[in-house]
Design a protein around this ligand. Structure first.
Ligand code: SF4
Length: 481
């Protein structure tokens, strides 16, 4: 499974790297502000209706998680009745074998692909390339990443970390582009080279935002026309569907589609929406002759039966990334997972366990902004806290933390030691602060404290303790003790 990348670096190293990248910070700040403002306006416009929609979507998604096997079966049967060929993949490796089989059966070696997190999750591109199959990303941002050899830094706007100058340079170096950095000019160039790829491709590979159980249909929500080209030009189509993508019927799909673009990019709807039910029918002029649906579990059932089952409601809108103060600073690449940000912490740990994820679950301030903004009310920060509890209970936290917290617990549970520490705290801090009211940058030599003071001041303890102040206050008011 290739959810993780840059695993030879620690979280601290990746974060240190990310913190230095001023361009990435500015790009993320701008994107967060734009998405957040636009989403806020639409939410305001809907008034109480927004919360009702959230509640309804939460109920629908919970209902599917609670009856997962029923809906997986219903969707598979209906998709099959539509003429699709179903492949059930319990693991990512199973999904890869199924795909390789399809290519082999058709003797195919050339494919176009539209954006799909499930294919990222199993590392499809790398595997196909290793076996000599050419796979072309046709989503503009994904094509930039593929050409640059880079990883996505956001689940909705994956090439957020490149500006127009960098993109121009990438295409000049790798694809012979000779134009300017004007975005329209670059996209015209891309359109021209991709046209031929669409025409030549033998297989189209795509993801699926939601799969409708009652009709056996798969949907695609995009802002570029590439998705439709991928699902209508090549004769063979492979659709990757996570079993958590299923909704019961078209009515519930409607609810999800009202929430998704508003939460993702602050838009009422996207430019393109496709609802595909099976291969090209008799008399139809376009569409694939053969549709394969890879229905992938890859840890979803395990999640559904765990304390993290709420996470299966996630519709990958990215709203939690767009509001997260930690994501803003450490950037998507800081997490080292194809699922970054708050949702990424919960999902990555839920799918790969705690052994390989370093300290990712601790890259969160637990402010709860993600939970507040999630369109399907996932208690994201609570789930992150639960991961931390599990990590500590399983003894997978840093060894040094154990004696430190034991010593602190001992100190704070003894009233005399606590009072003494509080009494001594103020003069000691004042001394370290050279008589000022806060420890500043020049205190960055103090271990542990430097994590804070190297970038901001740390206020000294007040000379008047709250208990003393409260006693005085009561006295002045003529109150009791
Ligand atoms: S956790 Fe919620 S806000 Fe974050 S991507 Fe998933 S649905 Fe969107």
């Amino acid at each position: 499974m290739s959810i993780l990348y840059n695993t030879d670096e620690t979280l601290r190293e990746r974060v240190t790297e990310g913190l230095k990248d001023e361009f990435k910070h500015n790009a993320i700040r701008t994107a967060q502000e734009v998405f957040y403002t636009k989403r806020g306006e639409l939410v305001k416009e809907m008034g109480i209706g927004w919360q009702q929609l959230r509640m309804h979507a939460t109920e629908v998604r919970n209902h599917v998680t609670d009856n997962l096997d029923y809906y997986v079966k219903q969707f598979a049967e209906n998709a099959e009745a539509n003429g699709c060929i179903m492949h059930y993949a319990p693991t990512g490796d199973d999904a890869l074998w199924e795909v390789l089989d399809i290519f082999e059966k058709h003797g195919a070696s050339y494919a176009v692909k539209s954006k799909s997190m499930m294919t990222e999750e199993v590392g499809l591109n790398e595997v196909l390339e290793e076996t000599g199959i050419t796979i072309i990303e046709t989503d503009c941002a994904e094509n930039i990443l593929q050409t640059a050899g880079s990883k996505p830094s956001h689940i909705v706007v994956p090439a957020l970390h490149f500006d127009r100058e960098a993109i121009m340079k990438i295409y000049k170096e790798k694809r012979g582009y000779d134009g300017s950095s004007v975005p329209e000019e670059i996209t015209h160039f891309l359109r021209k080279i991709l046209r031929k790829e669409f025409m030549d491709a033998e297989v189209g590979i795509r993801g699926c935002n939601f799969a409708v159980a009652s009709t056996g249909s798969v949907t695609l929500v995009t802002n570029e026309g590439n998705g439709r080209m991928v699902d209508s030009f090549p004769k063979v189509q492979i659709v990757f569907v996570g079993i958590d993508r299923i909704v019961p019927d078209l009515e519930s799909l409607d609810t999800m589609l009202a929430l998704l673009p508003r939460s993702a990019v602050g838009a009422k709807m996207t430019a393109y929406f496709s609802l595909d039910s099976g291969p090209r029918g008799a008399g139809e002029v376009d569409g694939p002759e053969e549709v394969h649906i890879v229905l992938m579990d890859n840890g979803r059932h395990t999640l559904a039966n765990s304390e993290f089952s709420d996470m299966l409601r996630c519709m990958r809108c990215g709203a939690c990334l767009n509001i997260c103060p930690v994501y803003r600073h450490i950037t998507g690449h800081g997490y080292g997972s194809i699922y970054p940000g708050p949702m990424g912490i919960v999902l990555t740990a839920g799918l790969v366990g705690y052994d390989d994820i370093d300290s990712m679950a601790f890259a969160c301030s637990l402010c709860g902004a993600c939970t507040e903004h999630c369109p399907v009310s996932i208690p994201i920060h609570d789930l992150i806290r639960q991961h931390r509890i599990n990590i500590v209970e399983q003894g997978k936290n840093h060894a040094i933390e154990v004696p430190i917290f034991k010593a602190l617990a001992l100190m704070w549970s003894n009233v005399d030691v606590y009072n003494y520490a509080m009494k001594m705290g103020t003069p000691v801090m004042k001394k370290l602060a050279h008589g000022e009211d806060a420890l500043a940058k020049d205190s960055a030599w103090i271990p542990v404290v430097k994590g804070w003071t190297s970038t901001r001041d740390f206020d000294c303890l007040s000379e008047t303790r709250f208990r003393t102040w409260f006693k005085e206050h009561k006295k002045q008011q003529g109150g009791g003790k």
